[in-house]
Design a protein around this ligand. Sequence first.
Ligand code: SAM
Length: 287
Amino acid sequence: MTGAEGELFLIATPIGNLADITLRALETLRMVDLVAAEDTRTARKLFSRYQIATPLVALHDNTSVRRLEELLKRLQDGERIGVISEAGTPGVSDPGYRLIQLAAAAAIRITPLPGACAAVAALSASALALDAFYFAGFLPVRPGPCRRRLESLQEIEATLIFYESPRRLNRALSLLEEVLGDRPACVARELTKIHEEFLRYPLSHLRVLGAEREWRGEITLLVAGCDLELRNRDPEMMADEEARLQARLADPGFAGERSTRDLVQSLTAEFPLLKRRRIYEIVLSVS
Ligand code: SAM
């Protein structure tokens, strides 16, 4: 179909469970003239499940400039083109960016169709702070650049989100603990699939788990942001406070059958030097 104006649609597709696709995404995939897909094989599976017959072309990071310019020309000629990645939101640690830039520079209308994104799905169930987050994507493979990258994230106060391969997860966990300290974290594995799993533990505990098991499947790793205020306090004094709090929690006469919320409330009043978030983490770690 050729209209007066071309349009580029960025269409989120499932990250595992094929039912995680919006009605609008399906309508748009059927309506566009062409779909540029990171992986045409995965796209065909989706298309066959939903009886979509739109022509497909490949679009990856190493797609030539000439190919990208052909796509741009088609947009300028009035065609509607959908972009999908292998999974999730196009452009998020995935191809799409160069075409988006070209289209924006040529004043082509760009319409996002929101849907699945592993980073956001993992964050929502991680039980880490949701008010601010920093998407760090994949860490560099080489140890030197990887360490430097982590050092650059040390003072970020937002929850950090990484994509990581199962083969490199143990190395990432060790390096994260070494560079950022033993922060609360979450391994979100196989989201939306049969073996979906959330492991919500401090980095040191995840590292121990990693030594005992073989990581498999797709993994998003989340780490609590830096608590600058806490870091600037005297570490010895804070450690003493935490030890006193742990002792209080170990007293059955105090903890008894009280709810987490109730415990956190009374401990916040009793230990004003400790942040409520930290108290909450300690209470959860012993319950
Ligand atoms: N564009 C995708 C998105 O919006 O989430 C991300 C693509 S990136 C190439 C693939 C990485 O995302 C995987 O290596 C993994 O770290 C993460 N990921 C993708 N699907 C996932 C899933 N079902 N569960 C956990 N992490 C996932």
